[in-house]
Design a binder for this molecule. Structure first.
Ligand SMILES: Cc1ncc(COP(=O)(O)O)c(C=O)c1O
Length: 339
């Protein structure tokens, strides 16, 4: 049994989602004539509590468009040191948006408000004001950490009027885990994005939401990045299906991630799991994580090395209870054999 826990992006579209794709009504979205895209954008905007939204190819593209919409080349963007924008987009922000990042600690899952306030004040004092503050919910590099409303409010206050962008690639996970709503969790952000292709199980796509004016500008930036697509309603149909059918079930992914963490803590030892499980990720300490990835692959468990000392397991729609028990056995056997 091959158990793929590398990411929630590996999930496959279900037969029902494939049917929705097959039956989608489409048009040329470059001319704004695809009714299914329009419907997804309406639903995405409502989900995120924003007036409008634009469908884009990926989470990275949403982030890059948000930067280009909210900041000008040479402007300062305050970002968490572990943010996807900074660490996992291969320098895209320097090439695509030419912004200057100022990184602050985000090991608790969001940019430390005290540091954000200090940086915003300092740049303002020098006459080079910060253009944007970026946050993530859930926060990937700290292990799918959820950011509760109160913490986001502290961040908004620290930003002191500087626009806050929320990379909500997995905001649906946060919504379910915190028993809140994406709109509530992101209220006050200038723009918010969310991925359809991660826990929600669609083959591709993200929505980026904001005011009518900002979304209009974001559409221009999408075109500049080559992201204006045509009969893309086929993929929007998968996104609509995902939003309507795959949000509530994320609670199962979270329960399974907690179960995997419990097995590892019990069999490998206390502290084996590096951070509390808030959503669908388990960070597992291993002193030679890249080698462990290969050894686990030989045992048909796929994982990613997040850093030299950390393995990451992600639960998703393709992983059931049995897979979790088997993966827990295989990972703990591998580690015990080494001891
Ligand atoms: C927090 C976060 N933002 C953005 C992205 C980028 O998404 P994509 O892979 O669709 O470009 C990811 C991908 O894992 C992510 O974890």
């Amino acid at each position: 049994m091959l158990i793929d826990l590398r990411s929630d992006t590996v999930s496959m579209p279900s037969p029902e989602m494939r049917r929705a794709v097959f039956e989608a009504e489409v048009g040329d979205d470059g001319y704004g004539e695809d009714p299914t895209v329009a419907e997804l954008e309406r639903l995405g905007a409502a989900f995120l509590g924003m007036p409008e939204a634009v469908f884009v190819a990926s989470g990275t593209m949403a982030n890059q468009i948000a930067l280009r919409t909210l900041a000008q080349p040479g402007e300062v963007v305050v970002v968490g040191a572990g943010a996807h924008l900074l660490q996992y987009e291969h320098g895209a922000s320097a090439k695509n948006a030419s912004v200057q990042f100022h990184a602050v600690d985000d090991s608790r899952g969001y940019p430390e408000p005290g540091q954000v306030a200090e940086v915003v004040t300092r740049y303002r004092f020098r006459g080079h004001p910060v253009a944007m503050v970026a946050a993530e919910n859930t926060h990937m590099s700290s292990g799918g950490t959820t950011v509760p409303r109160g913490c986001f409010e502290q961040l908004l206050e620290a930003a002191a009027g500087v626009p806050v962008y929320l990379d909500g690639a997995r905001i649906a996970n946060a919504q379910v885990a915190l028993e809140s709503s994406a709109a509530e969790l992101g209220r006050g952000a200038r723009m918010i994005s969310m991925c359809l292709s991660k826990g929600l199980g669609a083959p591709m796509g993200s929505v980026l939401a904001g005011s009518g004016d900002l979304v209009e500008r974001a559409r221009q930036e999408r075109a500049l990045l080559g992201g204006r697509l045509r009969q893309i309603g086929f993929m929007a149909a998968a996104g609509i299906y995902a939003l309507k059918s795959n949000v509530e079930r994320l609670a199962d992914d979270h329960r399974r991630a907690r179960r995997l963490a419990a097995i590892l803590e019990e069999r490998v030892g206390e502290g084996a799991v590096a951070s509390p499980v808030h959503s669908n990720m388990v960070l597992f300490r291993h002193d030679r994580a890249p080698e462990a990835v290969k050894e686990l692959a030989d045992r048909e468990v796929l994982a990613n090395a997040l850093s030299p000392g950390l393995l990451r397991f992600v639960t998703h729609i393709g992983i059931g209870d049995e897979e979790i028990e088997v993966a827990g056995d295989r990972v703990s056997q591998l580690v015990r054999r080494r001891q």
